[in-house]
Design a protein around this ligand. Structure first.
Ligand code: ATP
Length: 237
C-alpha cells in the first residue's frame, strides 16, 4: 500500500498556546481514515496544520513531497481539498455557481461540465436545487454542497472537518453513505475528523484517536468498533 499522507511529530501553536504535541499518523492512498477525539483534542488544528493555516513544526509529506510552509494555493495544486467546519459555501450564489467556483483552478471546461453532472448524480438534491441560493439550503444540503464543491477540484485527498456537525442523524447517514461511495468509486482518499465516533468508525477503514494533541490509539476501524474496552476507554461509548 502507498502512503499518501505522512504526518510526523507535528506540533502546532496558536501564539503561546501549543495545540499539538508531536502528533504522528499516516494515510494510505485510497483509504478513508478518521481522526477521532473529544472537543478540543486537536482534530481541527491537525487539518489546519496540513493546510498551513496554523504555525507548526514537524514533517508533513504528501505523496513523498514535503508540504510544510507551502501556500494554500500550492497545497490545492497538490490535490488536497479542505472542507472546514461550518461549511463555508457562498450563500448568495446559486448551487451551480458554487460548484463552478470549486473548479476555478481548472481549465478543462468539458471536464468541469461532466463533473458537475457527476456531483448531481452523487447528490440528487443539489440537482433539484441547482438554481437556488446556497444560503437557502438546509444544513445537510449545505454540507453536501461544500463536499461537492471541494470535489470539483478533483482532489486526491479530501480533508473533512466534522461533516456531521449540527445535522439530523438520518441526514448524516445519507451524507456518510455518499462519502463512502465517493471514496470507493471516484478513488478520492478521505481524512475525516469526527466527534461522532460510532458513525465515523462505520464509514472509515483506519482510525486514530487524538487526546490533547497526541495520537493515543490507532487501528483498523472495524476492530476498534468491535472492541468494547477500547471504545469505553478512548471513545466514551
Ligand atoms: P472541536 O471538536 O471543538 O473543534 P478539536 O479537537 O478540533 O475540537 P481544536 O479546535 O483543534 O480541537 O483545538 C485544539 C486546542 O487548541 C484546544 O485546546 C483549543 O482551545 C486550542 N485552540 C484552537 N483554536 C485556537 C485559537 N484560535 N487560539 C488559541 N487556542 C486555540
Amino acid at each position: 500500500m502507498t502512503v499518501l499522507l505522512n504526518v510526523k511529530d507535528l506540533r502546532a501553536y496558536y501564539g503561546q498556546v501549543q495545540a499539538l504535541h508531536g502528533l504522528s499518523f499516516s494515510l494510505n492512498e485510497g483509504s478513508l481514515t478518521t481522526l477521532l477525539g473529544a472537543n478540543g483534542a486537536g482534530k481541527t488544528t491537525t487539518l489546519r496544520a496540513i493546510c498551513n493555516m496554523v504555525r507548526s513544526t514537524g514533517g508533513i509529506e504528501f505523496d513523498g513531497k514535503p508540504l510544510n510552509n507551502r501556500s494554500t494555493e500550492s497545497i490545492v495544486r497538490f490535490g488536497i481539498a479542505h472542507v472546514p467546519q461550518g461549511r463555508g459555501t457562498f450563500t448568495t450564489m446559486t448551487v451551480e455557481e458554487n460548484l463552478q467556483l470549486g473548479a476555478i483552478t481548472r481549465k478543462d471546461s468539458a471536464g468541469i461540465v461532466s463533473d458537475i453532472e457527476r456531483m448531481y448524480a452523487h447528490f440528487p438534491v443539489l440537482k433539484q436545487r441547482h438554481t437556488q441560493q446556497a444560503g437557502t439550503l438546509s444544513g445537510g444540503e449545505q454540507q453536501m454542497l461544500a463536499v461537492a464543491r471541494a470535489l470539483m477540484l478533483r482532489p486526491r485527498l479530501m480533508l473533512l472537518d466534522e461533516p456531521s456537525f449540527g445535522l439530523a442523524p438520518l441526514v448524516v447517514r445519507d451524507l456518510f453513505g455518499i462519502l463512502g461511495k465517493i471514496n470507493r468509486e471516484d478513488k478520492v482518499s478521505i481524512l475525516v475528523v469526527e466527534q461522532n465516533a460510532q458513525l465515523a468508525l462505520e464509514l472509515a477503514d483506519q482510525a486514530y484517536v487524538i487526546e490533547t494533541g497526541r495520537i493515543v490509539m490507532s487501528g483498523n476501524a472495524k476492530d476498534i468498533a468491535n472492541n468494547e474496552e477500547i471504545r469505553k476507554s478512548y471513545l466514551g461509548y
